[in-house]
Structures are given as C-alpha cells and as structure tokens.
Design a protein around this ligand. Structure first.
Ligand code: SAH
Ligand code: SF4
Length: 369
C-alpha cells in the first residue's frame, strides 16, 4: 500500500524523504504543499523536481477519509461524519464564531472510559485513530471550507481535541498530529489555540507537558472521588488528588497560566450548592496555594438511553455564581449545533450503532481489565 503522507509530522516526513534519497528542504516544501496550501495532487506541486513528483506518485498518497454525511446547523455549525473502515465512523465539528473558527476533532472510534453521560462512551471502544486519521479531519475541513468560502486565508484558527475519544489514551498518534498543527510549515497555530481535553490520564498529562505542551482542559464533573468514580470511571485509576497535582505540574509548561476545568451539569447529580462549595474547596485548599483555573460549565446534552437530565438554566446560573463569587472565572458553554446532534457529548458515529455492539463492549472490557 502507498504511504499516507498525512501520517507524518515534519520530522517524520524528513525521515521518509531521506529514505527516498531526498534532502530535508524537499520535505519542508512537500509539507507546505500538503498542510499550508491543501494540495493533494503531486502533479500540482510545481516547485518539486519532476523526478520527485514521479516518486511521490508511485509510492505515496494523501489518503483523506471518505465522507459519509454532512449536516449544517442553523447556527452555522457543520458536522461531518467520516468512515474509518469496518463499520466505524467518527465525527468532526466546525464551530464558526465572529473572531475565530474552531474545529472539534475526534481521536478514537468510540471511547473506553465509559462516562455515563457521554454518547461516545456509551458506544464502547473500537480503536485508536492513526495520526493520518486525526490530521485528515483538519486537512479536509480546512481545504473544503476554504474552497466553499472562496478564500486562501486560514478558516480554522483553533483546534479542540474534544470530539470522540480520549486523546491521551491515543498518545503516540496524537503528538505528531499536534506538532503538525503547531508547525510553522504546517498549520502554524499557536499553542494556546490548540486544546487537548482529557478525562484525566495522569501519566500522559505529565508526558504531554514535556513533548508538546498545548492548552489543557480537564473534564472534572465532580468534586469528590466517590461521585467522580461514577461519572468518570477513569477516576478509579487516577483519583482527584493525583489529577489535581498533575494539573499543577502542567502549569509550569502550559501556554496559558490556568487549567480549564470542564464540568457537565447533570440535574440532581453534581449540580447542588454543596457541590459548588466542594469544588471551590478543591481548587482553593486551605493547606496549599490556589490552583489557577477556569471553569467551563457544560449544560448536559441529553441523548437517548442516558437516563440523565440537564440541570435547569437557573441551577446552572446559581452554580456559576457561587464559583464566580469565590473569584473563579466561570463560563457557561453555549450549546452549538444541537439541532444536528453536534453538541458536546452527542457524537456517536451513528452508522455503527447497529453493528458489532457486542464486539465493542468486549474490547472496552479488555481495556479496563
Ligand atoms: N475524552 C475527552 C474529550 C472528549 S469529550 C474528555 O472527556 O475530556 C469533550 C467534553 O464533552 C468533555 O468535557 C466531556 O465531559 C463533555 N461531554 C461528554 N458528554 C457530554 C454530554 N452529553 N453533554 C455535555 N457535555 C458532554
Ligand atoms: Fe470518553 Fe470523554 Fe466521553 Fe468520557 S466524556 S466517555 S472520556 S469521550
């Protein structure tokens, strides 16, 4: 099979080009054609030697993902569903705002963490995406939106790894993808504009701080271990004290001077005044320095069979006020794209819901074992 060049960050492409007898600067040129200009056809890469273009045609390709569907929300949000083979699908969401364009990218087909409020978690784990499959989402969205909007300027300014899957459980594929987003010869995004969201894979938070420190969002959802064990089962492995210490350590390397905590507001589960006070105590402990953080409250987006309810708007506001009054910057996430099931936690890659559920459960259980 031909080599998919979307699988490489610049260092990887240099190694591949050198194996073809090409110099480093050729890899840089090629990388720019692919990621800056969005060109997939080697014949169009006019400043590459003819012989190299022929080698590329022979040995390499830019293998994008087949699009299964596209939905456009009334608010401008766009959701694509891509096939990743064997009945698996992933979803990618573009969220336009006045001052930026954000792409929400998936890192796995399914997810093994199994948070009960998340439809990706409810479907179980199929497999990790490759670097190429992660980058193909960005490459495709950027190139097709530019064509659609009739511009050569960048359309996507921000990336959030908040689609399907737990990015830090697919670390080796994630890091080259992040590096390509940041690379000046790639997408040239600043570290602050690339966010990894994690349910709390503590050792990988530590590795990310060394390998590629981008903005970090941590899905907290509960102020104590008993409740978090239930809402984010990974907490059984990495309890809150360890997670918060990893957040503190990450700050020394992070591009921002705070950690974002995401908190899904679930009616009657984690949304009382007592929960808010416990959260304040957690990030402002009496015996330690306060942990610099912001809270992002996400009203729960229901999906069939979760058995959970969204907190009423007044409850979310009251909860936010308690945190704000304690001096913690708190925002309530606007729901975008909920008319096309593109909001947080609604991404499920629906085509596969009817296929191989038993197989996915078995894989999920193996991962937890
Ligand atoms: N696995 C990573 C990233 C993907 S989920 C993580 O958990 O952080 C991105 C965000 O959406 C997380 O904060 C997650 O908790 C939240 N989320 C998941 N399901 C949701 C739902 N049904 N309603 C609202 N937010 C949800
Ligand atoms: Fe996985 Fe994140 Fe969903 Fe939890 S919230 S099941 S970690 S994708």
């Amino acid at each position: 099979m031909k080599t998919n060049l979307l699988d490489f960050d610049l260092d990887g492409l240099v190694v591949w080009c050198q194996a073809q007898g090409e110099k480093k600067f050729r890899a840089v040129q090629l990388f720019r054609w692919i990621h800056q200009k969005g060109v997939a056809d080697f014949a169009q890469m006019t400043d590459l030697a003819k012989s190299l273009r022929l080698t590329l045609q022979d040995k390499a390709e830019l293998r994008a993902l087949p699009v299964l569907s596209r939905h456009d929300s009334s608010d401008g949000t766009i959701k694509w569903m891509f096939s990743v083979g064997e009945g698996n699908a992933i979803e990618t969401v573009f969220i336009p705002e006045t001052d930026r364009g954000t792409l929400c990218i998936s890192s796995q087909a399914g997810c093994a963490v199994g948070c009960p409020f998340c439809s990706t978690g409810a479907q179980g784990f199929s497999r990790n995406l490759s670097t190429a499959e992660i980058l193909a989402q960005l490459w495709f969205a950027e190139t097709s939106l530019r064509r659609e909007f009739g511009t050569h300027e960048r359309v996507i300014s921000n990336v959030v790894m908040m689609g399907m899957g737990e990015p830090l459980q697919n670390y080796s594929a994630l890091v080259p993808a992040l590096k390509t987003m940041l690379d000046d010869h790639g997408y040239g995004m600043s570290r602050r504009r690339v966010t990894v969201s994690t349910s709390g894979v503590v050792p990988m938070i530590q590795r990310l701080s060394q390998d590629c420190p981008v903005a970090l969002a941590v899905s907290l959802h509960a102020p104590d271990d008993a409740l978090r064990n239930r809402l984010v089962p990974l907490n059984l492995k990495y309890p809150l004290a360890e997670l918060l210490q990893a957040c503190r350590d990450y700050l020394a390397y992070a591009p921002r001077d705070f950690i974002t905590f995401e908190y899904c507001m679930l009616d009657g589960e984690n949304d009382s005044d007592a929960h808010a006070r416990a959260l304040i105590a957690l990030v402002r402990p009496a015996h330690d320095e306060p942990l610099p953080c912001k809270f992002n409250l996400i009203p729960f987006n229901p999906f069939p069979a979760s058995g959970l309810l969204r907190s009423p708007p007044e409850r979310v506001k009251a909860f936010a006020s308690l945190l704000s009054d304690a001096g913690i910057v708190t925002t309530i996430r606007k729901t975008r794209g909920d008319d096309i099931a593109a909001a947080c936690g609604q991404l499920a890659g629906d085509i596969q819901d009817r296929t191989d559920v038993a197989g996915r459960r078995a894989r999920t259980e193996r991962i937890h074992a």
